[in-house]
Design a protein around this ligand. Structure first.
Ligand SMILES: Cc1cc2nc3c(=O)[nH]c(=O)nc-3n(C[C@H](O)[C@H](O)[C@H](O)COP(=O)(O)OP(=O)(O)OC[C@H]3O[C@@H](n4cnc5c(N)ncnc54)[C@H](O)[C@@H]3O)c2cc1C
Length: 650
C-alpha cells in the first residue's frame, strides 16, 4: 500500500514526536484576541487552528502544508512545476481485477433491475456482491484482507464506478475514506487493525462517519456528544445528524468529546436499535439511494480499547485526515456524474428540432457541450494530481480543498446551466435523470464542508505561515505599545514598530523587484503551454496582493470573509488552470486537449475580468460540435436513458 502509514499509538516513533503545541495560543487565537474578539470565539477558533497544527506534525516537513505545491507556488521564488504535473497511475493487476469485478457486479444488478431494494436503497445483494469482489477492501492493506490499492488508482476508479452508479461510488468513499477504514488503518494500533480491518475489508461490517450534530456542523467546536470512561468502557451520550450509510450493525467512526477534547471511537453498532442506541429518521432529498439518519446514544457502552490515539493531536486530527481523501473522492464522483450528463445531452440535442434544425447545430448548445467537457477534464486532472500527491506522502489539505470545491461547483453548474437547460421541460419529468437526481447533484456543495467555508479554510492555510512570520511580530509590538490604530506617520508609532516592520518591508521590496517568473514547463502543445505559463506567473505574483490584503485589514482580516473567499477562489482557479493544462498537455487525445484549452480560456477571462472573445466562442462551439459527433471518447461505454415523450420528427 503506497498511502503512507503514520506512526501509531503503539509505534516507536510515538515518543520521538516534537513537543506539543498544547497550551500555547495559536496564531489565529492570538490574532483574534488582539482584534477584539471575545475570549470564547478566539478560543474556539484557536482550537481548530491547533488541531490543524497537530495534523501538520504527523507529516515529515517536506510533505507539510508549507511545502505543499500550492503553498510553494505562491510564496516560494520559482514555481515547482513538477509538483503540479501528474502521471496516470500504474494499477497492480490484482487491484485492477477487483475494480473490474466490482464494476461488473453493479452493472449486472443494474441491468437486472436489482440494484435497489423495495425502499429504493442500494440492495443487500449488491453490497454483498461487492464484498465478494473485494470492493470494500480496496483501501485496506493486504495483510488485513484488502488489496492495498494506491489512492491514485482508487480515486479515478470511483469516476468509472460513478458512471455506473454514483451512490455505490459514494459509498466506497464513505466506507474507505471518511468512515472507519482510514482512521483505523492510519491511526489504529496493531490490535485495533487486526480486530477491525479484516471485517471492514470483507464488507462484513460497512462503515460510516459520525461527526455532525444538530448543534455542530460548520462549527466543530460546538460538539456535545460525550464519552466518559467507566472501568474499561466508555459511556457515550449524545446525538448525531445527517450520517450517511448508518443502519444497525455498521461500524462507525464516532467523533465525540473525551475530557472535553475531540476524540474518535470506533463503534460497532448493535444489530438492532435498543434503549441505548436509536436512529432518527427524517426525509432527506439527497443521497436517496442510501441511508442517512441521525444517531441517538444514551449511556451507550463502547470498549475503551476502541479509542483511536493519534500520535499527535486529537479526534479532529483523525477526522481531517479522512476528509482529505473524501474530498478527492467527491471530485472523482463528480467527474463520473458529469460524464453521464454529457452522454445524455448528446442524443437529445441530436433529436430535438426547433425552427427546422436540431439543437445540436446551435451555438448555445454546442457551447454547453464544450464547457461540460472542460469541467470533466479539469475534474479528472485534479483527481489525478491530488491522489498522486497523497500517495507521495503529502498532507495535501489545500490541494484537496481545490478538488472538492471545484468538483462540487462543476457538478452544480453542469446540472443546472448545461444539463437542465439543454433538456428543457423534459428535465422536470418524473423519470428524467435531472428531475430525479437534482438534489444528488447539489448536495456535494454542502457535505464534507460547504464550499465557501472550505475556501476560507484554504485561505487561512495559505496565509498562516506568512502571518506568523511577519504580522504576528507586528501585532505583538502593537499590543506591547498599547497602540490600537497604528499610524506610521506618528514617530512614536513608527519607533515602536520599527524592528517588527523591517523584515516585512524587506520581503515586500524583494517581491516587488523580482522579475516575472519563467517557470520551466515540460514539452507541451500551445495553447496549453500559454495557459500553464499564465497560471504559474499569476500564482507567483499573487503573494503580493495577498500580503497587501493582510496588511490592509490587519487583525480585522478574519472578519473580511468576502475578501478572503474571493482571493481564495482566484488562487484556486489558477491552481485548477495549472493542473488542467499540465494534465492535458501530456494527454494524447486532441479533444481532451481542446476541452482543457476552453476551460483555461474561461478561467483566464475570469481572472482578467474580460468578456469572451470571438476566438473563444469559435473554439468552444467547434469543440461542442466534435463532442456531439462522438469525439469525447471516455463516455463511449455509457448508455443514456431513452428520450422521454419522444415524437415523430418532421
Ligand atoms: C446529504 C448529506 C450527507 C451528509 N453526510 C454526513 C456524514 O456522513 N457524516 C457527517 O458527520 N455529516 C454529514 N453531513 C453533514 C454535513 O457535513 C454538514 O451539513 C455540513 O458540514 C454543514 O454543516 P451544517 O449543515 O450544520 O451547516 P451550518 O453549520 O448550519 O452552516 C450553514 C451555512 O452557514 C454558513 N456559515 C456557517 N458558519 C459560518 C461562519 N462562521 N462564517 C460564515 N458563514 C458561515 C455556511 O455557508 C454554511 O454552509 C451530510 C450532509 C448532507 C446534506
Amino acid at each position: 500500500m503506497s498511502t503512507p502509514t503514520l506512526p501509531t499509538a503503539d509505534s516507536d516513533s510515538h515518543s520521538k514526536t516534537p513537543p506539543s503545541t498544547d497550551g500555547k495560543a495559536s496564531f489565529a487565537e492570538t490574532a483574534l484576541k488582539m482584534g477584539g474578539k471575545s475570549e470564547d470565539e478566539a478560543r474556539r477558533t484557536g482550537a481548530i487552528d491547533k488541531a490543524d497544527d497537530q495534523v501538520e506534525t504527523l507529516f515529515a516537513p517536506r510533505y507539510q502544508t508549507t511545502n505543499s505545491p500550492v503553498h510553494l507556488a505562491v510564496w516560494q521564488r520559482g514555481l515547482p512545476v513538477d509538483l503540479f504535473a501528474s502521471k496516470a497511475p500504474a494499477t497492480p493487476p490484482d487491484v485492477q481485477r477487483v475494480m473490474d469485478d466490482s464494476i461488473e457486479v453493479v452493472t449486472r444488478h443494474r441491468q437486472d433491475g436489482t440494484l435497489l431494494d423495495t425502499a429504493g436503497k442500494i440492495s443487500y445483494p449488491v453490497l454483498a456482491g461487492l464484498g465478494a469482489a473485494g470492493y470494500w477492501g480496496l483501501l485496506v492493506d493486504k495483510a488485513y484482507g484488502g488489496s492495498g490499492a494506491p489512492f491514485a488508482s482508487f480515486a479515478p476508479f470511483l469516476t468509472r464506478m460513478a458512471m455506473v452508479d454514483p451512490t455505490v461510488a459514494g459509498l466506497a468513499s464513505v466506507h474507505g475514506c471518511i468512515g472507519a477504514v482510514d482512521p483505523v488503518r492510519t491511526f489504529g494500533n496493531t490490535e485495533q487493525r487486526q480486530r477491525f480491518l479484516p471485517r471492514l475489508a470483507s464488507g462484513e461490517r460497512l462503515s460510516a462517519f459520525a461527526l455532525t450534530e444538530p448543534c455542530a456542523g460548520s462549527d466543530l467546536t460546538a460538539l456535545r456528544t460525550e464519552a466518559r470512561l467507566e472501568g474499561d468502557e466508555y459511556v457515550v451520550n449524545g446525538e448525531k445528524l445527517f450520517i450517511t450509510n448508518v443502519v444497525p450493525g455498521r461500524t462507525i467512526g464516532l467523533v465525540c468529546l473525551i475530557e472535553r477534547k475531540p476524540a474518535v471511537l470506533i463503534v460497532d453498532l448493535p444489530a438492532e436499535e435498543n434503549e441505548q442506541f436509536q436512529l432518527t429518521k427524517y426525509g432527506l432529498y439527497a443521497l436517496k439511494h442510501t441511508h442517512n439518519r441521525g444517531i441517538v446514544l444514551r449511556d451507550f457502552r463502547v470498549p475503551a480499547a476502541n479509542l483511536l490515539v493519534p500520535p499527535r493531536g486529537d479526534g479532529l486530527t483523525i477526522a481531517y485526515h479522512g476528509l482529505n481523501l473524501g474530498r478527492i473522492a467527491l471530485c472523482a464522483n463528480a467527474a463520473g456524474v458529469m460524464r453521464v450528463m454529457l452522454a445524455s445531452m448528446i442524443p437529445w440535442a441530436k433529436f430535438r428540432k426547433t425552427y427546422g434544425s436540431v439543437i445540436a447545430n446551435r451555438e448555445l448548445v454546442r457551447r454547453r457541450l464544450g464547457r461540460l467537457a472542460g469541467l470533466i477534464v479539469s475534474a479528472d486532472a485534479l483527481v489525478q494530481w491530488c491522489s498522486g500527491l497523497i500517495d507521495q506522502g503529502y498532507r495535501g489539505e489545500m490541494e484537496c480543498i481545490v478538488a472538492k470545491v471545484f468538483g462540487s461547483e462543476a457538478q452544480k453548474e453542469a446540472a443546472i446551466e448545461l444539463f437542465m437547460k439543454t433538456h428543457g421541460g423534459r428535465a422536470f419529468l418524473h423519470g428524467h435523470l435531472f428531475g430525479d437526481n437534482v438534489h444528488e447533484y447539489l448536495a456535494p456543495c454542502i457535505y464534507e464542508g460547504e464550499g465557501e467555508m472550505l475556501s476560507m479554510a484554504f485561505f487561512k492555510s495559505l496565509v498562516k505561515q506568512h502571518g506568523v512570520q511577519f504580522f504576528e511580530p507586528i501585532g505583538k509590538a502593537l499590543q506591547d505599545a498599547g497602540i490600537r490604530k497604528p499610524n506610521l506617520m506618528n514617530p512614536a508609532h513608527f519607533w515602536a514598530l520599527k524592528s517588527a516592520l523591517i523584515p516585512y518591508a524587506r520581503w515586500l521590496v524583494a517581491q516587488k523587484l523580482r522579475p516575472a517568473a519563467r517557470p520551466e514547463l515540460p514539452p507541451m502543445p500551445e495553447p496549453l503551454r500559454g495557459h500553464a505559463q499564465f497560471a504559474a506567473e499569476r500564482l507567483q505574483r499573487i503573494s503580493i496582493e495577498i500580503s497587501e490584503t493582510m496588511s490592509k485589514h490587519q487583525l480585522a482580516l478574519a472578519d473580511r470573509q468576502c475578501r478572503m473567499s474571493e482571493l481564495s477562489q482566484r488562487v484556486q482557479d489558477l491552481v485548477v488552470m495549472l493542473a488542467t493544462s499540465l494534465y492535458a498537455g501530456s494527454h494524447g487525445d486532441e479533444v481532451v486537449r481542446q476541452a482543457a484549452d476552453c476551460i483555461c480560456q474561461d478561467l483566464t477571462q475570469k481572472q482578467l475580468g474580460r468578456r469572451p472573445s470571438d476566438r473563444y466562442f469559435r473554439s468552444i462551439t467547434r469543440l461542442g460540435e466534435a463532442i456531439a459527433d462522438g469525439g469525447f471518447h471516455s463516455i463511449a461505454g455509457l448508455h443514456p436513458d431513452e428520450i422521454l415523450m419522444p415524437y415523430k420528427n418532421g
